[in-house]
Ligand binder design. Sequence first.
Ligand SMILES: [Zn+2]
Length: 219
Amino acid sequence: MRVILLGPPGSGKGTQADLIQQNYGFPKISTGDLLRSEVEKGTELGKMVNDQMKAGQLVSDDLVLRLVAERISSDDCRSGYVLDGFPRTLSQGLLLENLEDNRQETVFEFKVTEREILQRLAGRQVCLQCGAVYNANNNKPQSDGLCDICGSRLVVRDDDRPEVIKERIRLYQENIAPLIMYYSRRNLLFEINGEDLAENIFKVIKDVLARRLAEDKEH
Ligand SMILES: [Zn+2]
């Protein structure tokens, strides 16, 4: 089983990827993590990734796909895995399918209004010293503007400013639309109300996966 989670930044798909990993043993594969770890390890591929990122380019489909291909061929992915943040475009989706065309696929699309995303992300403050993340809405630091863990001053990352978030959402929607259409035509797409509570969302996901896994056994 290949589980694909699609959703804009702040849609809560990372949380669900973690829950699927814990409950089904399907490793969570985030391309962001794969890229970072490759750069840290200083591999040949990591150097190419680093060069592209330094030049301000998006990392090419080809490189991302090589990393994903390597990761999903590991033993722990044999019965299934969850992709978080990949594919982001129709062409990536097609490349992924060519890579592994015999695996059953289930796609969840997380729907969240722009207003809700802004609310979730705009209140975010991070500690540059230790990496802790706080949120003015639901996870406030004990003293305003200071990190609970190390006492450093908290900052709002550029990525979390409203104008930047709006632009990220717009780009996401533009890129993802053809991919959504493609999965939907093949009846692989299940919509998720990303504004529901995480536990309710996970119930929906479990129901869908139970049905899909049973279908797979019949074949
Ligand atoms: Zn800190």
